[in-house]
Design a protein around this ligand. Structure first.
Ligand SMILES: C[S@@+](CC[C@H](N)C(=O)[O-])C[C@H]1O[C@@H](n2cnc3c(N)ncnc32)[C@H](O)[C@@H]1O
Length: 215
């Protein structure tokens, strides 16, 4: 197994969070090959259309992993889009430069985003929200870094039930859950989001929340 990477100093994490971080560090090599077969890749870009991107937007991919979404975000957002890829695992972030040389990689927790207030137009959180130790804290940070009128999206290519069941099979992420709909809405409404909504089907989950104000 490769040694865990630390990168820049991260704030002290709980034992559980540390274990999770080691798990993702060690899983980074070969991540896409294992988790993104062609049939899943083919679904990514149409799914990301929900981001409603326009040229030149600043998009934060929170829990970006190896940066699998970046080429899609670049195509959707265009040459002038500013892509910011954030992950708590340094080993995962090593994939980012290969995916998009223009993307900025941030080694940080979603609960403590090293960006100034009102800096991004979109926050995208794909297949990562259940793993955040402090989900309310992450929602608060999403709201803080978004510009007025900005949009946060929590996305999965599976239903909440399937996501939660999947995590139960892996000791390092057992108990990492997508909250039920009411809890999820309350989490985001409580930190100031408006127009929260959930669209879910057997093979997709799309939670969106808007920051009040004019775009
Ligand atoms: C299941 S992976 C998904 C990665 C990527 N979005 C993808 O689809 O390939 C979850 C990611 O969330 C990251 N993560 C876990 N907790 C985090 C936190 N508190 N802040 C930021 N990233 C975190 C992990 O390091 C991991 O890369």
């Amino acid at each position: 197994m490769p040694p865990a990477e630390r990168g820049c100093p991260m704030p002290p994490a709980s034992e559980r969070e540390e274990r999770r971080r080691r798990f993702f560090d060690q899983a980074a090599e070969g991540w896409e090959e294992r988790h993104y077969p062609p049939e899943i890749r083919a679904r990514l870009e149409p799914f990301l259309a929900r981001l409603a991107t326009a040229p030149g937007l600043t998009i934060l991919d929170a829990g970006c992993g190896r940066g699998i979404l970046l080429p899609h975000l670049r195509r959707l957002g265009g040459r002038d889009a500013r892509l910011i890829a954030l992950d708590a695992s340094a080993a995962m972030l090593r994939g980012v430069a290969d995916k998009d040389p223009g993307a900025v990689a941030l080694h940080a927790r979603a609960e403590s985003i090293p960006l100034i207030d009102a800096y991004v137009d979109r926050v995208l959180c794909f297949a990562a929200f259940p793993h955040f130790e402090d989900q309310a804290g992450a929602a608060r940070e999403f709201h803080r870094v978004l510009k007025p009128g900005g949009l946060a999206l929590v996305l999965h290519l599976a239903s909440a039930k399937a996501v939660n069941r999947h995590h139960e099979d892996h000791p390092a992420v057992r108990g990492d859950r997508l909250p039920d709909e009411k809890t999820m809405r309350d989490l985001f409404l409580r930190v100031g989001f408006v127009r929260v909504s959930l669209e879910e089907s057997a093979d997709s989950y799309c939670f969106s929340a808007e920051k009040e104000g004019k775009r």
